[in-house]
Each structure stands twice: as structure tokens, then as C-alpha cells.
Design a protein around this ligand. Structure first.
Ligand code: MD5
Ligand code: FE
Length: 207
């Protein structure tokens, strides 16, 4: 389960009921107050993944409370139950949650054609771990090194219900999603197709 120091994969961590409840919560967030959309990058590129945020609104290089690049609305509040879910995730991966208090989640939806290029997550001012939950279609997840976006990397499959925690020396590793495998999901999660990934983070920002 330990992929690299601080990087822990827990296959099948979420029950089917928890996955279904998360799909329901994400559906509600996807339709407001800030709708799920393709993020536009600073140089005009458009991400193939669709994203909605809770707690703080992410766009490249910054977190804000309002979504100036979408509709200007304030994002939905980060729910207490998600703090508790994040703590249970850290305890499952590391044995102890250490007071983990995530204040934002990025919810990414991948259709069959969506990908995410190799990148580091460093817009947070905190080095606290990132908790990743996968629901729906299986993807190939590429977990790289901290130096650059190329080899060496490890390709692994993330399936519905899997937990991945990135902390310690793995917090700033390059990573990406080169492929989603259509038709691999159990429709009982409530997702008809595609892949949902929820990442909880600590922004390190104080209102
Ligand atoms: C995804 N999401 O499947 C991935 C999985 C993102 C993103 O990459 O930024 O929304 S989360 C993987 C992740 C997050 C933070 C750190 C590391 C991996 N890491 O150090 O490898 O949609
Ligand atoms: Fe990332």
C-alpha cells in the first residue's frame, strides 16, 4: 500500500454506500452556487477535466472564496462531515490523523476522453497531506518524482472506492491521469459513466 514515502494507496476504502452519498453531494455542488466547469488556464488552454470546489475556489496559482472566473459567486462551505472523512482517511493511511483539518476540496469529473497532465500541487500554503478519493471508472494514475514531469514514474490503477494519501516527501511529487478506462465502473455508485475524483487539501489561508 505504501507506493513511496508518505504516499499510501488504500484500495476499496470507501463502501458502496459512502460512494453513493459522495456522488449525491458532488451532484448538488456541481449545480451551484458555482457550477462545475472546465477550468481555463492562464495561457488560454482549457482543462479537459471539469471541476467544482468547496471551501475555497481553486484556479491556477490561487485560492479565493469567490469564483471570479466562473460566475462570481461564493463557493459552498466546506462541510464538517468532510473534515471527519479526511481525518478517517488519514488515520486509515498513516494510523493517526494528526489533527488534519482540510478546508477545501476540488471535485474533478473525467469523461472518457479527459486526462490530466503531469503537475505538482503547490498552490496551497500548507504542506499538509492531500487526500484523494476515486469513484466511478478506473483510471491509470501516474505517480512521478519530485524533480520533473518525466521518468521515473509508477503507473497504477485507481478504482472506485480507492483512497490515496499524498503526504511527507510525496506531497510535491509530479502526478497525472493519462487515461480513464470507460465502462469499468459499477453503476450502483450512481455515476452513469466517467470518473469522479475528490481531493481534500489544507490551503493554509485564513479567511
Ligand atoms: C485526480 N487530481 O485523479 C488527481 C488525483 C488534482 C489531481 O491531481 O490536482 O486535482 S489527486 C493526486 C495528487 C494530489 C496531490 C499530490 C499528489 C497527487 N502527489 O503528490 O502525487 O483527479
Ligand atoms: Fe494534482
Amino acid at each position: 500500500r505504501q507506493i513511496a514515502p508518505g504516499a499510501v494507496h488504500v484500495p476499496g476504502w470507501l463502501s458502496l454506500g459512502e460512494q453513493r452519498d459522495l456522488v449525491t453531494a458532488c451532484r448538488a455542488w456541481a449545480t451551484g452556487p458555482v457550477p462545475m466547469r472546465h477550468t481555463v488556464l492562464p495561457r488560454g488552454g482549457v482543462m479537459s477535466v471539469q471541476t467544482v470546489c468547496v471551501g475555497w475556489h481553486w484556479r491556477p496559482y490561487r485560492y479565493t472564496r469567490t469564483a471570479g472566473d466562473v460566475n462570481g459567486a461564493r463557493v459552498a462551505e466546506f462541510p464538517r462531515w468532510m473534515v471527519d472523512l479526511g481525518r478517517r482517511a488519514l488515520a486509515a493511511a498513516y494510523g493517526d490523523h494528526g489533527g488534519y483539518t482540510p478546508d477545501t476540496a476540488l471535485i474533478n469529473f473525467y469523461d472518457a476522453a479527459a486526462k490530466m497532465g503531469m503537475h505538482q500541487d503547490k498552490d496551497e500554503k500548507s504542506g499538509a497531506p492531500v487526500v484523494s478519493l476515486s469513484i466511478g471508472d478506473t483510471c491509470t494514475f501516474r505517480f512521478g518524482n519530485t524533480e520533473n514531469r518525466s521518468r521515473p514514474y509508477n503507473d497504477l490503477l485507481l478504482a472506485s472506492g480507492d483512497l490515496f494519501v499524498f503526504g511527507g516527501p510525496s506531497r510535491y511529487a509530479y502526478h497525472g491521469v493519462p487515461k480513464v478506462h470507460p465502462g469499468t465502473a459499477d453503476p450502483a455508485t450512481g455515476l452513469a459513466g466517467g470518473r469522479l475524483n475528490i481531493t481534500m487539501r489544507v490551503t493554509g489561508l485564513a479567511d
